[in-house]
Design a protein around this ligand. Sequence first.
Ligand code: ATR
Length: 289
Amino acid sequence: MQISGKTKICAIIGCPVEHSLSPSMHNAAFQALNLDFVYVAFKVKRQELKEAIEGIRSLGIKGLNVTMPHKNEVIEHLDKLDPSAQSISAVNTILNQEDTLMGYNTDGLGAIKALKKTGLSLRGKTLLLLGAGGAGKAIAFQAAKEVKELIILNRTPKKAKFLADVLCRKFGKKIHGHNLSRKNTKNHLAEADILINATSVGMPPDEGRSLVDPNWLRPDLKVMDIIYHPIETKLVKDAKSIGAQVITGVDMLLYQGAISFEIWTGNSAPVEVMREATMKELSKQGVSH
Ligand code: ATR
C-alpha cells in the first residue's frame, strides 16, 4: 500500500472498536482493486460524537462505518439520509460527498444479499425472524418488501408487535409480532421457509445455546444466524447437521461491508478477498468455528 497526499480515508467510529473486523476487510478490498484508499478505526465515546463528526467534515474523511453506541444518535449530525437508514432511524455507513454527509444503513440489505447469494428468492416465502433489536429491525424492513409473510418473535413482545404494526401499515402484508416463546417458535417454524436468528443468543455469554430445538428444523428450511462469534453457532451447526442450507453471520457481515464499499468507491466489491481477510482476522482474534 502506497499512502500519498491524495489517499482517501475511510474509518469506523464506535466504542469499543479495537476488535472490529472492518479495517482488515476493507483494506484487503482496497488493495485488491488497487484503490488509493485506507481504512482505520477511531474510538469515539458517546459524548464525543458531535466533535468527531465535525472532524470528519474538516479532515475530509471520505467514508465511515458507524457502530455502537452511535448508530441512532449520529443521525442528528448528518445532512441527508438514504431510505435504508430513514426507515429504521439507524445509520451504519456515511458517505462524505463534497462536504455533504449522507447516511445509509447496509445491515438489512447485507443480510438479504447474503440470503440471495445462495440462490434463494424471497418472493412468496414466509420468514420467521427471531429478534426485534437493531439488527432485527434492519432485516425486517428490507425483508418485508419481498416476502409473502413475516413473523417477528421477540423476548420483549411489545417491540415485535410495534415493529410488525409499522411494517404492516407500510407494506400491507401479513406481518405479525409475538412473544418469543418455545411454543410460538415451534408453531411458526412449521409454516416458515426461512429462519433468521437476529438475537444475541448463541454468542458469549450465551454461546452453545439456541432458541430453536433441533427437532423443529427441516432440511428444506433456509437458516441464517447474524452472529459471527463463534463463526458457526449452535443453531447453524444443528441446521447444517440435518442438511438445511445455512447462512452465517460472516456472510451478513461481508455483504453489509460490500455494500458500504460500493457506496464509498463506486466499485463492485471483491467479496471473496474480503471474506479471506475477515476469516484471517477472526482466527487471529481466536474466534472459534
Ligand atoms: P443488535 O443491534 O445486535 O440487534 P440489540 O438491539 O441489543 O442488538 O438486540 C438484541 C436482540 O436479542 C433483542 O431482540 C433482544 O431481545 P429484547 O428486545 O427482549 O431485549 C434479544 N435477546 C438478547 N438476549 C436474549 C435472550 N436471552 N433470549 C431471547 N432474546 C434475547
